[in-house]
Design a protein around this ligand. Sequence first.
Ligand code: OSB
Ligand code: MG
Length: 373
Amino acid sequence: MLIYLKKIILHRLHMQLKNPFQTSFGTLQTKDFFITELIDEQGNHGFGESVAFPSPWYTEETVETTQHMLERFLIPILFQAPIEHPDQVSHRFSIIRRNHMAKAAIEGAVWDLYAKRQALPLATVLGGTRETVEVGVSIGIQPTISELLDKIDGFVSEGYKRVKLKVKPGWDIDVVRAVRVAFPTLPIMVDANGAYSLKDIDHLKQFDAYNLLMIEQPFGENDFIDHAKLQAELETPICLDESIHSLNDVQLADHLGSCTVISIKIGRVGGLSEAKKIHDFCAEHHIPVWCGGMLEAGVGRAHSIALSTLSEFQFPGDTSASNRYWEKDIIQPEVTMQDGLITIPQSAGIGYAIDWESLETYRVDHRKYSNEN
Ligand code: OSB
Ligand code: MG
């Protein structure tokens, strides 16, 4: 099967999160991103979503670098020749260094198109077998502990079975203690987004008292050796997020003992093909993985949900329901969660249709690119 791409459209959207999301780096309220739309020679439409933020605090990419890379390099490369399999996309993109989020934004749309051409769900095409996936919720830093406890209470009553708390120096041990006292059996994990360093080892060891599922990215993205030193002294499993850009990073972390759990984000690793490779390596080496989130709208969320159906996704993901983020999502139906589970849609591709009326209310720009080859 050869896919001939005829047209690509970049829809730029601005969407307000229901609640500002605060991490150790700052607060995010407006999502500014692209929906990529690919149209093939049969008239099928494939969709992807970009995840870089307006400023480069999470990785080096931004919304503007995404647009630049897509326009100037990635779209022309895709238009050069027909595509036989989505795995070819990351291979073709390998002549471009990094820029993983820009690559993933369009590679994901090729996977959607590929699945739709076979009238199969994306989850099936990726090799996933689960009919439902477990999801948790990631809760930003709150003004007070009592507001945090109220938030958690709300999510637990909605059905979420695992919560992730953002932490930073000054909002950490006391917060986790209070949450543990209020919710003695709730699966809890914490995410520092790299806010600590080796000198904080004794401080971080206090987390061991609260039966946490894991601590995500305590140190900086390049600190593989320091993470290994910390893991040797910490009972709580370390999970790496920002450090993992590729299978090679996973192999390095595994070799050094930098972590025992891996968070996979499709955008961070450059697309679904690389995400699958990481999954397969982790399955072989018995390293549990789970699917992280980037506060995505429905299209990006749908890709993450499909990926989470693979066997080694052993912890609930951060891919919560649409209504956790948005007053109104851009897909139909919206993503819903029941008893901590999302049911995998059975229709072709990502399994959710674009709600064009909704998408257009958020759209601030759209650009079309035609294949003249
Ligand atoms: O570190 O996992 C992270 C959101 C934005 C950037 C980084 C992270 C997060 C989250 C929330 O934790 C994930 C989500 O709910 O989509
Ligand atoms: Mg994280």
